[in-house]
Design a protein around this ligand. Structure first.
Ligand SMILES: [Zn+2]
Length: 328
C-alpha cells in the first residue's frame, strides 16, 4: 500500500503521520484507536516500512528493498507484532518483546513493535509495557492498536500520541462487507445502520435483520395498497415481531431509510439507494407522493423514535405513526 491509497481511507491520519515523517518527528509510542476495519494495522506497517526502508529518501517507502519486502511478508526481524493469546495479552508476551529489544537490531538499531488489541493486555502486561514506554530510545517505535481506547491505562495514554481513525464511509464499508460474501442488499442495509465493521457483520449474519427488513418493505407496501388493513397487520405482523424496544427502534430506523430512498428516487439519485433490490417498488410508491410529503413522513418517524425513547406505549406509538404515514 502507498500513502496515497491509505489516504483514501484516512486522509487526516495520513496527513498527520507523513508530516511527522517529513520533519523527522515520529513519536516513540502511538495509540491507534478506531473501529474494526479502519486500517490501523496497515497504517502501522506503512510507518514501519518508511522507518526501516534504507533505499528511500522521501516519505514513501521504496516497496522493493529487502526491508520493505520482509515487512510485506510479515517476517522482518525488527518488526514484532503481539496479539492476544486466547482472551488476553499476557505478561510473558510483553517480557518476550522486551527481551527481543534488549538486543541490538538484526539489521540496524531500529525496531518497531505493534500490539494488536492493546486493551486486552492484563494489568501485569500493561504495567510491564509501561516501564518500556518510560525508557524510550530514538530507534524504537511502538504502536498500540485498539478498538476500545477507554480501556487503556491512563498512564499508557499519557506516554503515547493518540491517533483516532475515522469510521469507514458507507460505500467502503459496503465494499468490504461484500468481500466477505455478504449480499449487496444486506451490505447496504448494514452500512446504513452502522459504520463499525464488526457490528455490520453481526447485523448481516443475524437472520432477524433480514426478516425485519422484509417486514418494513411489507408495511410500506400495505400502506399504499391496503391502507384500511394496515392496523390489522400492525397487530399480526409488526408488533408481534418487534417486541422489544430496541427491536422497534431498529425497525423505525429501517423505515426511515425506506423513506430516504423514496426521496432519492424523487431526486433521480438511485445510486444512493439502500433498499437496492426494491427499486421498482420504490419507483411505484414515489409516483404518488411529493418530496414535501416524504420529508413530513420522515419527520413523523423521527418523532416516533424520540417518543419510543421516552417510553411511550409501542402500540399507541405505531398506530399514530401509521396514521401519519397513510396520509397522501
Ligand atoms: Zn524499501
Amino acid at each position: 500500500m502507498s500513502w496515497e491509497q491509505l489516504s483514501e481511507r484516512q486522509p487526516r491520519v495520513v496527513k498527520t503521520l507523513t508530516n511527522s515523517v517529513k520533519k523527522d518527528r515520529l513519536a516513540h509510542a502511538y495509540v491507534f484507536e478506531g473501529g474494526h476495519g479502519t486500517g490501523k494495522m496497515d497504517m502501522a506497517l506503512q510507518i514501519a516500512k518508511t522507518f526501516l526502508c534504507r533505499e528511500t529518501t522521501s516519505v514513501e517507502p521504496c516497496g522493493v528493498c529487502k526491508d520493505c519486502k520482509r515487512i510485506d511478508s510479515g517476517n522482518h526481524p525488527d518488526v514484532h507484532i503481539v496479539q492476544p493469546e486466547g482472551q488476553s495479552i499476557k505478561i510473558d508476551q510483553i517480557r518476550g518483546l522486551q527481551k527481543e529489544f534488549a538486543y541490538h537490531g538484526m539489521e540496524s538499531d531500529k525496531k518497531v513493535y505493534i500490539v494488536e488489541h492493546a486493551d486486552r493486555m492484563t494489568v501485569q502486561a500493561a504495567n510491564s509495557l509501561l516501564k518500556f514506554l518510560e525508557e524510550p530510545t530514538s530507534s524504537t517505535i511502538a504502536f498500540l492498536l485498539t478498538e476500545q481506547v477507554h480501556r487503556l491505562l491512563e498512564t499508557i495514554l499519557s506516554r503515547s500520541q493518540v491517533v483516532s481513525f475515522s469510521p469507514l464511509p458507507p460505500e467502503q464499508l459496503m465494499k468490504s462487507l461484500q468481500e466477505e460474501d455478504i449480499s449487496l442488499p444486506m451490505a447496504a442495509m448494514a452500512a446504513a445502520l452502522t459504520s463499525d465493521k464488526s457490528e455490520a457483520l453481526e447485523i448481516c449474519r443475524q437472520e432477524w435483520f433480514a426478516q425485519a427488513r422484509d417486514k418494513v418493505i411489507q408495511l410500506t407496501e400495505e400502506l399504499k395498497t391496503r391502507p384500511s388493513q394496515v392496523f390489522v397487520s400492525l397487530q399480526d405482523n409488526w408488533l408481534s415481531f418487534f417486541k422489544e424496544k430496541d427491536q422497534l427502534d431498529n425497525a423505525l430506523s429501517l423505515l426511515l431509510i425506506w423513506y430516504k430512498d423514496l426521496l432519492f428516487i424523487q431526486l433521480s439519485e438511485p445510486e444512493h439507494l439502500v433498499f437496492v433490490d426494491q427499486r421498482q417498488a420504490l419507483e411505484q410508491q414515489a409516483l404518488h407522493t411529493s418530496q414535501k410529503r416524504i420529508s413530513e413522513k420522515m419527520l413523523a418517524i423521527l418523532t416516533a423514535k424520540q417518543r419510543l425513547g421516552a417510553n411511550v406505549n409501542p402500540q399507541l406509538l405505531m398506530e399514530q405513526l401509521v396514521l401519519r404515514l397513510r396520509e397522501g
